[in-house]
Write a protein of this length. Sequence first.
Length: 192
Amino acid sequence: MELFSYQKEGLSLQEAIQQPLAEGTLGLFYSPAQCQLGRWDNGEISDAQDKALAIEQVFEARLFHPSLELRWLRDPSTDGLGNAVYLCENQGKNGWQQQQTLSDLTVQNNQYLLWGEYWKYDNLAEGWSCLATARIGKLLVPVANLQKSQRVVLKTREYFGLPRDADGKLTLAGEHGNKVVVEERWLSLGVE
């Protein structure tokens, strides 16, 4: 198995999300005021009320789909520009600089339980539900028809390989054949 990463520097989050992404791509967006999920559709990110997500203050974004992941991080020394990395298992992302190819990987799917339980919440767009807990408050999630007994999970894929240093040489652990998680890609949200 191989995992390819492509990079593009000096682009705004708006430019990054204009890249062709797969239908059903979800995103996690961090701003100084909040952390929230959104759904990508034709170059626009919508929130739980089906309105355009305000992305001007976002400093980190992670858009994910079973076929790809797009990560964007704002550079604090610029006026809203940042660096984007595109991760996929298929080679070829036109217009992007190939940053790295991880080869000879073993893959394992994984999942993380999101905090919070179903909470009745009005005025949500179709396909959205609310999770809530006293510790974190509420989190609006793009998961349809969530029921009280169900929990939401973040599905991921871990890529195991031999550890290498910055120059690409095997570390001592790698020389002894010890594999580690060299990358993890988010895939989707699910219900358990």
